[in-house]
Ligand binder design. Sequence first.
Ligand code: GLU
Length: 422
Amino acid sequence: MAPPESSETQINPFKVSQQQLDEAAKVLQLDQATHELLRWPLRELHVTLPVKMDDGSTKIFHGFRVQYNDARGPTKGGIRYHPSETIDTVRALAAWMTWKCALVDIPLGGAKGGVICNPKAMSQGEIERLSRAYIRQVGRILGLEKDVPAPDVYTNPQIMAWMADEYAFMQGHNEFGMITGKPLILGGSLGRGDATARGGMYCLREASKILAIELKDTSTAIQGYGNAGSLAHKLGSELFGLKIVAVSDSKGGIFLADGLDYEKVSAHKRETGSVVGFAGSKAISNEELLELEIDVLIPAALENVITGSNAGNIKAKIIVELANGPTTPNADKILYKNEVYVIPDFLANAGGVTVSYFEMVQNSYGYYWEESVIYERLDKKMTDAFHAVHNAASQHNVHNRLAAYLVAVTRVAEAVKVRGWT
Ligand code: GLU
């Protein structure tokens, strides 16, 4: 049974991820045991973290690490800090990491971590102590050859540095490859900072060729102004001359018909903490942004924003999903019927983990590549994955998300079988 879609909060992302897999399993005629195995995480760790707060009190936080499937290699995936984090969200995100790594064909499985907390209401010292506490508990199941975290929603290179440092104390030596998205000085990779947005832009370039859409001055809206969303604004303007007419963050959105300048909007966000109130712009809501008269829509915030209730109102021709899980299964059907070209999340946002993989490789042999090498290798991975999905969609007559599942699940299932698990 499809989960109800009457309100965003009722949609369980893990149920959505299972439902998406079920559809793919049906088309692939996957055997029952492999299908059932791939519906569940192989293992998960739930941790409770006492953290000393600045006011002298001790606060107890709850966190998770889900290792979804490691048939193709060590598991990989970010750590999110969010007040409404749930184990089921982390499970879904770990499943999507599994399909993502398989789709761009890097030798890694999928994982995800999360801590229920509100980093916006915490000091840097509190965030550092929470991050170190998380690694003291979860570090036992991490490592270059086991499971490698990275940044995600509300985590960043500084947090990765604290985590790498705490892990080094636990091991008695540095092991930089145990975490990615680190600052350059601690074994980070060139090109990791904007890799998620850049990978999405390479996909958009390929889609525009297929649809014969000229990208210069193409009206675009971006929901979410974190790492992925803000850098999509920057790269979309720089690489293709996209006209970004609307952007938003958790506080609301802004619209300017003549186009928003990246440098000016990001300076405003740095100064005030939000894009809202940018001089000359019109205030719009996050919901209104999705339904604007635009050609390209880039959801780059959280899950379940395009649902059965609003998908029919979307006017964009192309959707580039930089967020994980922004579109529900009911919305997918409507978008497909309306001929909206969706570049699904675990394809569109795979640039981040692809450069994370390059970071692990560089950490392993202690030799670091130039930026041009990273861009070229990222472009090849993204372009190959894009065309694998596009071809599978044409061949099976299905929407791009299901096509991406067909490619990724086939690869994971093959590894599962050849290992003798099913
Ligand atoms: N958090 C990012 C994602 O969802 C990157 C994961 C990684 O680099 O391991 O893909």
